[in-house]
Design a protein around this ligand. Structure first.
Ligand code: FAD
Length: 337
């Protein structure tokens, strides 16, 4: 376990904002979590937990304690002919887990290749891409209740997964430290290839396998999304709005070109990127904050933006889209102040 004071978070947020944390506590084991949080001072302190900071927008320096997991073990806890169940530390880099699974021939998460962040956050966010969500492979999630320090194991049903959401973002937001995520992968994987231009990209490869699916997805994503090492960003800044069938028909009458995808419960998902692009924001700069020129859903730090400048641009986009389409965009990125 390591505790640092007045610690720069520049390398811990993908917008690369040079904010500082009053305290930064990294733990290596479950015992560390309990020991650290039993300390009276830290117990009382304002605290949040972060992963790799790839879905966060810091508005200021953080005047409290930031927790970060360095639990990095991956253990096979059960297996049979069909599947394998892995217990994965919350501090494991998500994409390293995907590579690990693919190299063992275990399927289920290859479509989630190249998503930044750590395993603990993946289970909180219900990350998704190319027709797959992480909830599809989650068996259970192990966490510590911050106020009582009691350990609890949440079944998949108890996690209440929904589009980019779970109970850890709603009822239990900021109440649990996720220590381990238990994931079930298939030894006889069925490939999920129907989403977007994945099949076209795969046609460039000699065969379809877990590894070529991973390679194709990395190739597509690298062309489409900015690398946070080069341009600060947090991926999709907004969630795709979900509307009822009736609401969508009204929109379609007014805007015949509006695209859509089916969502659960007979609802309709409207791509936020299209709404933003129609309002003329794609590629535009507002001070040091901007809208990425290849993908309107991504807000970028053009160099020296501060969090409030990016939040202001997000507000302008939300208001403009609402006036034009009557749809209020919701940030996927979490604001920290
Ligand atoms: C270039 C780029 C592309 C992206 N593409 C996608 C994509 O295709 N699909 C997608 O779903 N997302 C995508 N994202 C968003 C992001 O990668 C995910 O939301 C990711 O899961 C965030 O992980 P993180 O470790 O960075 O978490 P953070 O951003 O640090 O934190 C996210 C949330 O999890 C909480 N948290 C983190 N770890 C723990 C823990 N151990 N215990 C308790 N709480 C914790 C934090 O408090 C916060 O609420 C993208 C981001 C970028 C920058």
């Amino acid at each position: 376990m390591e505790i640092k004071q007045n610690y720069s978070l520049e390398k811990h947020n993908t917008f690369r904002l040079p904010v500082k944390a009053r305290w930064f506590l990294e733990y290596d084991t479950e015992e560390d979590i309990v020991t650290a949080l039993r300390d009276e001072y830290f117990m009382e302190c304002y605290k949040i937990h972060i992963g790799a900071g790839s879905n966060l927008l810091f508005l200021n320096d953080f005047n409290g304690i930031i927790l970060h997991s360095r639990i990095k073990d991956i253990t096979v806890i059960s297996e049979n002919e069909e599947s394998v169940c892995l217990k994965v530390g919350s501090g494991v880099i998500w994409d390293e887990l995907v590579q690990y699974a693919v190299s063992h021939g275990w399927g289920g998460i290859e479509n989630l290749s190249h998503i930044p962040g750590e395993v603990g956050a993946a289970a909180i966010q219900n990350i998704g891409a190319y027709g797959v969500e992480v909830k599809d492979v989650i068996d259970s999630v192990e966490g510590y209740h911050i106020p009582t320090l009691e350990k609890q194991v949440f079944s998949k049903a108890e996690c209440q997964y929904a589009y980019r959401s779970s109970i850890f973002k709603t009822e239990y937001a900021d109440q649990y430290i996720i220590a381990y995520v238990n994931i079930r992968l298939s030894k006889k994987p069925l490939f999920s290839l129907s989403y977007g231009n994945l099949k076209d990209e795969l046609a460039k490869y000699p065969e379809i396998s877990l590894q070529t699916i991973r390679d194709a997805i990395i190739a597509i994503r690298s062309k489409k999304l900015p690398d946070p090492e080069q341009i600060g960003n947090a991926g999709s800044f907004f969630m795709n709005p979900v509307v009822t069938e009736e609401e969508f028909q009204e929109l379609k009458n007014k805007f015949p070109d509006i695209p859509s995808y089916p969502a659960s419960d007979n609802k309709v998902k409207v791509p936020a990127a299209w709404l933003i692009e129609q309002c003329g924001f794609k590629g535009q700069a507002y001070g040091q904050a901007g809208v990425y020129d290849k993908q309107a859903l991504v807000l970028v730090n053009l160099g020296n933006a501060d969090g409030n400048e990016i939040a202001l641009l997000a507000d302008i986009i939300i208001q403009t889209v609402e006036v034009r389409f009557g749809i209020r965009l919701r940030p996927e990125v979490k604001y920290i102040c």
